[in-house]
Design a binder for this molecule. Structure first.
Ligand SMILES: Cc1ncc(COP(=O)(O)O)c(C=O)c1O
Length: 369
């Protein structure tokens, strides 16, 4: 096949997947990346971050990304690396926890945590002690307290839960974790909470937070794949290092070969937007979320709870309604637990789309609300 044919075929296939620029994508936790990030990817597409001896500039870019994220999360001495996403970041954090406490194998996990934690527990043979939520779908702190025991390896808190993007009371959980590894999964919220006007403690400012997952490929607006795991201290890496028999340098990452393109595009996104750019984007998403909620209530729809971040759970448990909304072109998702319609108000969602969606909701769900 010649190049033009290959690209035409790909364009044809891509047209079958949703086009963010046409709005109507309310179920994604990603938005289109910046052009500069795509160009950056191409420049570093042939480098492998595994081998910093060979690709030292890629290593430099990665260290700058981690330092940028460390500053964002109030830890200028942060260690960590760019992962393929939140799943790998969560897994690395729990691996680091276990390597520093080998005789403990239980983790405490509020039931709103991302399902990757369950997969990781299975792979690592960890026992999960699930805990419940309060009436606003945030982790119930007293339940966590009651489950902590001598075998507790780690407690997981989530800053932006996958179903509703609620923020667990991390400051209160922090108080329970004096000698326990506290991992905060801020895969989504990590790029939102620091830019809100309201200050919500969730990061390394809290003394017992050991590690944080924060994903550039979600609200960080970097192209896939880009997650990050940030550790309080490089001391946590001590027991993880391995010297490959054919390389002159040690490595500690969960995966071997890693995309230099992903690192360069993440770096380019940070440089292009800066803290000020992210603040503007987050303000827009939060304003649209408030607008969305207000309009829904005016038209008689009920929310599951007031949103913490740019995600709304609408009290609709009838799957037929969701199917009909999908049929008229909306890309939405249904939470199984708590049953509800889930809307993520990402940067590509605008007020026009919101009003058009609510009009369709009224037509389709009006009698059921
Ligand atoms: C809170 C949270 N953690 C982890 C993940 C997993 O991230 P990934 O799909 O990038 O592996 C997600 C994905 O949505 C998430 O919302």
């Amino acid at each position: 096949m010649d190049d033009e044919k290959i690209l035409n075929k790909l364009r044809e296939l891509r047209a079958k997947d949703p086009d963010f620029s046409k709005g109507r994508v309310f179920s994604a936790v990603s938005s289109p990346p910046l052009e500069v990030a795509l160009d950056a990817f191409k420049i570093f597409a042939d480098t492998n971050a595994l081998d910093e001896h060979l690709f030292s500039a890629t290593g430099e870019l990665e260290r700058e990304c981690i330092s940028w994220l460390g500053n964002l999360l109030h830890n200028p001495k942060a260690a960590g690396y760019i992962t393929t996403g939140g799943t790998e970041a969560n897994m690395f954090a729990l691996w680091a926890a276990r390597e520093s406490s080998k005789n403990k194998n239980e983790i405490i996990v509020p039931e709103s945590a991302h399902y990757s934690i369950e997969k990781i527990a299975r792979v690592m043979n960890l026992k999960i002690n699930y805990t419940g939520l309060d009436e606003n779908f945030r982790a119930d702190v007293s339940e966590i307290e009651s489950k902590i025991n001598d075998k507790t390896l780690a407690v997981i808190a989530t800053a932006g839960t996958p179903s509703l993007e609620m923020i667990d009371p991390v400051a209160k959980i922090n108080e329970l974790c004096d000698n326990i590894f506290l991992h905060v999964d801020a895969a989504f919220g990590g790029f939102v909470i620091p830019f809100l006007d309201r200050k919500i403690p969730f990061d390394f400012k809290l003394s017992n937070v050991s590690s944080i997952t924060i994903d550039p490929h979600k609200m960080g607006l970097a192209p896939f794949p880009s997650g990050a795991v940030i550790l309080r201290s490089s001391k946590l890496l001590k027991n993880l290092k391995i010297l490959p028999p054919y390389l002159p340098i040690e490595t500690y990452t969960l995966l071997g070969s890693r995309s230099g393109g992903a690192i360069a595009s993440t770096w380019a996104t940070f440089k292009s937007l800066g803290f000020a750019g992210y603040k503007k984007i987050v303000s827009g998403c939060m304003e649209n979320t408030k607008f969305f909620c207000r309009e829904l209530k005016v038209r008689g729809f009920e929310l599951l709870t007031e949103p913490d971040l740019n995600c709304i759970g609408i009290k609709i448990d009838n799957e037929k309604i969701v199917k009909k909304l999908e049929y008229v072109g909306w890309k939405i998702s249904m939470n199984h637990k708590p049953k509800s319609l889930r809307i993520v108000v990402m940067p590509h969602v605008n007020k026009e789309d919101i009003l058009a969606f609510i009009d369709d909701m009224e037509k389709i769900a009006g009698v059921n609300k």
